[in-house]
Structures are given as C-alpha cells and as structure tokens.
Write a protein that binds this ligand. Structure first.
Ligand code: MD6
Ligand code: FE
Length: 220
C-alpha cells in the first residue's frame, strides 16, 4: 500500500524588501537580512567566542542592561572615562575580531538600498538584549565623521525601536523591529536620536530568549 504523503504548500515570501520611510535619509528595510540570518548567527558565534559579550559601564557609573561586543578595525566601548572607539578589546588587550565578510557585505548592500552607495564599515557593535534590557535615547556621535550612515540589523526577539529627530525634544516614533529587519539612517537623519524600549519576554526559534542587534559604522 502506498504511504500517504502530506503535500505542504511552499512558504510565502517577500520577493522585494518592504521599505518604511523613517525620515529624510532614514529607512527601514523589512526582512532585508532574513535570508542571511543563519550565516550571520554562525559568524556571530565565532566573534563572541573571541570577544565575549560583557556589560559595560557608562561614564556615569551605570552598568548597561545590554551586553556588548564588537568586531572590525575598531570597537565602541564605554567606561568611567567616557565613550570611544578602541582598536583593542579592553577585556583581553587583543584587537577586536575581524569583521566577517557576510556582515560587511550585508551592511553595504543595505546602505546602497537606502541610497548610500559605497558604505564600508570599519566597526560593528554587537548588542545582546535579554527581556527587560533597553537602550535610552541617544545620538551616535563618537565617530570621526558623519558622512557615512548607520546600519542596524535586528535578529531574534522583536523589539520596539524609538526613532526621533535630530533634536532631543523631537518626539520619537515607535517602530517594530523583527528578526531580519534592517534600519539605515544617514544624511539629514545621521544624528537622529534613537533608542530601544525594554525588550518584552519571548522565545525566538533561532535565538531563544534574546535579541541580537548589529550596528555598523564608519568610525575612523
Ligand atoms: C540597538 N544600538 O542596540 C541600537 N548606539 O538596537 C545603538 O543604537 C547604540 O548600542 C551607540 C552606542 C551603542 C549602541
Ligand atoms: Fe545608537
């Protein structure tokens, strides 16, 4: 007798990224990193092995709820003396792990899609959020110049991204970020205030009870 075979319809998929305009020079590319998700997570595991996640201290003496590490020529660090980019990991004294090709390529492609051709990041800050972790509203201004955009890749649990204007008083929009979403902001929005609302409880099929965020910059 022939075994009954269950016929499964193929999953539906977006064949072009969905674009949400966040501001002048700022766009959310929905699902842009989904296809590369597994490759990004494999590369991330190697980076985190060489430079483990750690909770850094702000200049004000607060321990950040977000755990961080970096890859690339320089990494973003904070301690009691301030925020800066550093060529070495302060925990090990070693250079930060090289930026994986799959990271740099994805960041460059996303930037090009958003109108910033030729983006070559030299820093990738990697943030790990567990439920409750948050990032207060801030501008990214520790880079030497602001010609290049910032590219953010959100993986794992969904989060609410707060995206405001270039003045702190500009009310931030609340933007849902899901696994594989990529945000790019540059040009007139390069110094936009942004942050992340406290992460809600959840369980992601690939990452479990966490969200990983990559932010790519041209720091030097
Ligand atoms: C995020 N991170 O984790 C966005 N900016 O979703 C940032 O915007 C950020 O973690 C500057 C310095 C550290 C950060
Ligand atoms: Fe930031």
């Amino acid at each position: 007798m022939r075994r009954s075979r269950r016929v499964v319809a193929p999953d539906l998929f977006w064949d072009a990224p969905s674009r949400l305009v966040l501001g002048d020079g700022a766009v959310l590319l929905g699902g842009f990193a989904c296809q590369e998700g597994a490759a990004l997570l494999r590369a991330l595991a190697a980076v985190a092995e060489a430079a483990p996640f750690r909770h850094m201290v702000t200049p004000g003496g607060h321990c950040m709820s977000v755990a961080m590490t970096n890859c690339g020529a320089v990494g973003w660090v904070t301690d009691r003396t301030g925020y800066r980019y550093d060529r070495t990991d302060p925990e090990s004294g070693l250079p930060w792990p090289e930026m994986p090709g799959v990271f740099a390529d994805l960041a460059a492609e996303a930037a090009a899609q958003a109108g910033f051709a030729g983006f070559m990041p030299d820093a990738c800050l990697i943030n790990r959020y567990e439920p409750g972790a948050r990032l207060s509203l801030h501008q990214d201004k520790d880079e030497r110049g602001f010609d290049a955009p910032i590219v953010l890749v959100s993986l794992g649990l969904p989060a609410t991204f707060l995206f405001g204007g270039v003045k702190r008083s500009d009310p931030p929009r609340r933007v849902a970020l899901r696994h594989g979403d990529v945000a790019v902001w540059g040009g007139p929005s390069r110094l936009a205030f942004h942050g992340v609302a406290p992460l809600a409880e959840g369980e992601h099929p690939m990452l479990g009870r966490q969200r990983i965020n990559l932010t790519f910059r041209r720091a030097l």
